[in-house]
Ligand binder design. Structure first.
Ligand code: DGY
Length: 320
């Protein structure tokens, strides 16, 4: 019996590719560039399955014209906002994601950004690297301390809970806003706020860990940024569209927000040149899950979903 054919548009980890090649006829893309809509549509006639990343967009328009050969989109990402899930379901195409396995890596980057933004890391690195470091004084580069401070987490899913655990070990008091209150064994003492606006006034740091949906787009707009206490710090490792970037820049330049740490932007790749001019914003190029361990785990989770599908079982991470 011939093996299922799988298209892998981006360069996944070596261990993932080895495992994929052992079970499937794999079509790889040596250029490792985001696949266009036209390329996705073209490939759908040649394969039974795809393992794309969040860089490949399966819009309703794309879903409508995919070839009926394609049966499953086994994403190499936890976020599925690049996929129109109902449109793919309407075409009978299963969609899966890779939850759990990237939570710690992403929370580590959120901690890095929170600490880096709070302690003026971009500025400090520039001062030393450029040779401009010519003074020291007790008033020099004074930042904000996380221990003893209050951290508000928006979205207490797996990544949010991992962030809470790490921040707790730094002595932070954890607050969270979530669709539902967590059971005590998951909340571990974190304080639930059913109302996001109400939580914002009570935290010194804010970290976003919710998916982007029509309801959460521009969640942190000018009005909500103004609800944070003066000199709050905001961190985003989820999706760029959760923050109104122009409003964030204005809030930083007015001194209302002390600093921000961003791993994601409204426009990716590329980011926002207006934010790039502001040293109080620490920025990374969407690398929350970019560790060798996590890349292997994401690839293996995507392959687990494919294996289940082709064994006639329901994939564990079916999302549509
Ligand atoms: C995810 O998994 O959603 C990350 O943003 C990387 O794609």
């Amino acid at each position: 019996m011939s093996r299922p054919k799988v298209w892998i548009p981006r360069r996944l980890s070596a261990a993932t590719l080895d495992r994929a090649r052992a079970s499937y006829d794999v079509i790889e893309e040596p250029l490792d560039e985001p696949a266009s809509a036209a390329r996705i549509i073209e490939m759908s006639a040649q394969v039974d399955a795809m393992i794309p990343c969040h860089s490949e967009r399966f819009t309703a328009e794309v879903a409508a014209v995919l070839d009926s050969r394609l049966k499953i989109v086994a994403n190499h990402s936890v976020g599925v906002d690049h996929c129109d899930l109902p449109a793919l379901r309407a075409r009978g195409i299963d969609v899966t994601n890779t939850p759990d396995v990237l939570s710690d890596a992403t929370a580590e980057i959120a901690m890095l950004l929170m600490l880096g933004a709070a302690r003026r890391t971009v500025e400090g690195d520039r001062v030393v690297r450029s040779g401009a470091w010519d003074t020291w004084s007790p008033a020099f580069m004074v930042g904000k301390q996380v221990s003893g401070a209050r951290l508000g987490i928006v979205g207490m899913g797996r990544v949010g809970r991992s962030m809470a655990e790490k921040a707790r070990s730094f002595g932070m008091e954890i607050h969270y806003h979530n669709r539902a209150e967590l059971a005590a064994d998951q909340a571990k003492g974190a304080i639930f706020h059913a109302d996001l606006d109400e939580m914002l006034g009570q935290v010194d740091f804010l970290s976003l860990h919710c998916p982007i949906t029509p309801e959460t787009r521009n969640l942190m707009d000018a009005r909500r940024l103004a609800l944070l206490p003066k000199e709050a710090v905001i961190v985003n490792t989820a999706r760029g569209g959760l923050i109104d970037e122009a409003a964030l820049l204005a809030a930083i330049q007015s001194g209302h927000i002390a600093a921000a740490g961003l791993d994601c932007f409204a426009v990716e790749p590329g980011g926002n040149p207006a934010l790039a001019g502001e040293e109080r914003i620490m920025m990374l190029p969407h690398i929350g899950s970019a560790t060798r361990k996590t890349r292997d785990a994401m690839g293996f989770r995507a392959l687990d979903n494919l294996d289940a599908f082709f064994a006639g079982k329901r994939p564990r991470d079916l999302v549509n």
